[in-house]
Design a protein around this ligand. Structure first.
Ligand code: AMP
Length: 582
């Protein structure tokens, strides 16, 4: 098939913004595509060379592309440069330059879809010495053989910027209409949601018709599209929507991971189905050692943690791990992570997506032996709004984002790729930003681990409540210490060591060491939240909750000028919380 047919179709598609019209144009195109070529046509139309999870990136240095355009057209270089500066779209530059092409040789070959695809693959896949030359030659040759409109779309595809504005759903409509009927559209979509590869779906349809799609099965190593949640504003609404009773799970704030595990391999995909296996070698190892089945596809949330306090860190910390190709070892140590698993989609040869939630949770349990770093998501099954509210408070207090309610109905299936009422998320803003520093009193400490072994890993910090005459815990501080202060802390605190919790301290948390309230340290926090474990302002904002500072960091200042009674008071914390909530 000639590439020109594709390029001309793209031009027509670009001229419309109507989904139905786009689908009609695509149907017209698909009808003339030979079955053996539909795979490539669909990929090219998506501006890709492979489905996303294969991780093949398009993109070319603009300098190289401009040079190739020059070599192919001999339009003078400064002029090409000018076009580029004016427009910033390689496709338009290629179009204009090829339109003004000076005849460079008598022989031009017409471009086939196969040829363009193979050349693009070669250009995208080559690196190292000599690759620039090879890319230049291949691209110049294609530009030389192109008509202006072909040159435009080849250049855009290569730049990774085809952007025809065709949604996957429109392609699905068009495939159903071409190879089957409108009524079978959902079956086509379902096949796509299972294999995440529209080109494969198209090729099966073209070769075998709608029945061909029965071949598409959930397989280990091929990610399926993630199920998404709806949202409701209150717990009673959620319970009502889910038939009066449901499972409430902790909603962790991290990176969604779909893990494909066998006895010998682990592959990790994000919600966008990006393969991140190589970025999380620690997660791969942790999963391999916690895994008890032969093979499975599991889903969970990867969250960054502070190994000294055991607390979860802001989600952004985990994003610092993403995209790192070098210094991976230091990234693994600097930003340790945990995985909370919440679903099992496949286990030992069986697809469980079409079974209810409770069954999938059961299967999940049989796949995993929990470890320090791999756990199952916390869950509460209840019909009581009060219990659910309490669970929600607990989650918020521990730094969770909210809760995820999951239907227990017989048809509470895992619906790949779709947003539905089987999962309902509930978040409420109880967090307030914190811009000020506070002066907190050291009342306890926790033993260090790893690099901090033998010393203190984190300190238990408190505010002062003058009405009660007590020091009330408000956070666990483990960040912001340099080596010097870590080494100095045992000596600084030794004179204040106390046998058991000091009588002036009010703590629900069990520390490894206790101190008489004496040393005051300056701390900067990121936000204040409700907490079921810290005693600062207990019962004052909400019954059964205190206040906690999240993501505290030691500023480097020990307030030797301040006696503990002059530390930040509980009332001050309360007003900080309330002020910033507004
Ligand atoms: P949102 O991104 O706000 O639409 O919420 C959905 C996301 O919450 C999912 O994509 C997961 O990454 C994440 N999540 C955290 N905990 C859970 C859980 N227990 N069940 C399902 N999704 C969860």
């Amino acid at each position: 098939m000639e590439y020109l047919t594709l390029a001309e179709t793209y031009q027509r598609i670009e001229a419309t913004s109507k989904r139905l019209e786009m689908a009609d144009i695509l149907v017209e195109l698909f009808k003339v595509v030979p079955a053996g070529e539909i795979e490539k046509v669909v990929l090219l139309t998506q501006g890709k060379l492979a489905p996303d999870f294969k991780g093949i990136e398009l993109g070319i240095a603009e300098k190289l592309a401009l040079k190739a355009i020059y070599e192919a057209t001999r339009v003078n270089e400064p002029e090409i440069q000018q076009m580029w500066l004016r427009d910033g779209d390689l496709g338009n530059v290629a179009f204009e330059a090829v339109s003004r092409k000076k005849q460079t040789s008598l022989f031009t070959e017409s471009l086939s879809v196969d040829m363009v695809f193979a050349n693009l693959e070669q250009i995208a896949g080559s690196s190292g010495p000599g690759s620039q030359d090879m890319k230049l030659k291949l691209l110049a040759k294609m530009m030389h053989d192109s008509s202006p409109v072909e040159a435009k779309y080849i250049a855009r595809t290569l730049a990774g910027k085809l952007r025809l504005g065709i949604a996957d759903m429109t392609l699905i409509d068009a495939l159903a209409l071409t190879y089957s009927t409108k009524e079978n559209r959902d079956k086509v979509e379902q096949a796509y949601n299972t294999c995440s590869d529209l080109a494969r779906v198209a090729s099966l349809l073209a070769e075998k018709g709608i029945e061909g799609l029965d071949e598409i099965k959930l397989e280990v190593g091929i990610p399926l599209r993630a199920m998404l949640a709806e949202r409701l504003p209150g717990i009673p609404d959620i319970l009502e929507k889910l038939g009066g009773k449901c499972a409430f799970e902790y909603k962790y704030d991290g990176l969604r991971i779909q893990a494909h595990i066998t006895k010998t391999s682990v592959q990790l995909y994000t919600r966008q189905l990006e393969d991140v296996t190589s970025q999380f070698p620690d997660l791969v190892k942790m999963l391999a050692s916690a895994f008890k089945a032969k093979e499975a596809v599991l889903e969970g949330e990867c969250v960054p943690i502070d190994t000294n306090t055991g607390e979860m860190l802001p989600f952004q910390t985990v994003s610092r791990r993403r995209g790192r190709k070098y210094e991976l070892t230091s990234a693994v140590n600097e930003f340790p992570v945990m995985l909370y698993l919440f679903d099992c989609l496949y286990k030992d040869g069986k697809d469980y997506t079409q079974t209810p939630y409770t069954n999938r949770r059961k299967k999940l349990k049989t796949c995993i032996k929990e470890t320090d770093r791999v756990k199952l998501a916390e869950v509460l099954i209840t019909d009581s709004p009060e219990e659910a509210e309490e669970f929600f408070q607990k989650v918020i207090g521990k730094g969770g984002e909210g809760i995820m309610a999951k239907s227990l109905a017989d048809d509470s299936f895992y619906r790949a790729g779709s947003r539905g009422w089987n999962w309902i998320k509930f978040k409420r803003d109880y967090k307030s930003e914190m811009n000020d520093t506070v002066d907190l009193v050291v009342v306890g400490a926790f033993s260090g681990k790893g690099r901090r072994a033998g010393g203190y890993g984190a300190l238990l910090m408190a505010t002062y409540n003058p009405e009660e005459g007590k020091f009330e815990t408000v956070t666990k501080l483990g960040t912001g210490f340099d080596d010097a202060i870590l080494a100095a802390l045992p000596e600084l605190l030794e004179p204040h060591l106390s046998q058991g919790m000091h009588r002036l301290v009010n703590s629900k948390m069990q520390a490894d060491f206790w101190f008489e309230p004496a040393m005051v340290m300056e701390v900067k926090g990121a936000e204040i939240t409700l907490s079921p474990i810290h005693t600062c302002a207990w019962d004052m904002v909400r019954n059964g909750s205190g206040l906690a500072i999240r993501f505290p960091r030691y500023t480097g200042k020990i307030r030797q000028d301040k006696p503990p009674e002059e530390a930040t008071t509980t009332a001050e914390m309360l007003s900080l919380y309330e002020m910033q909530l507004k």
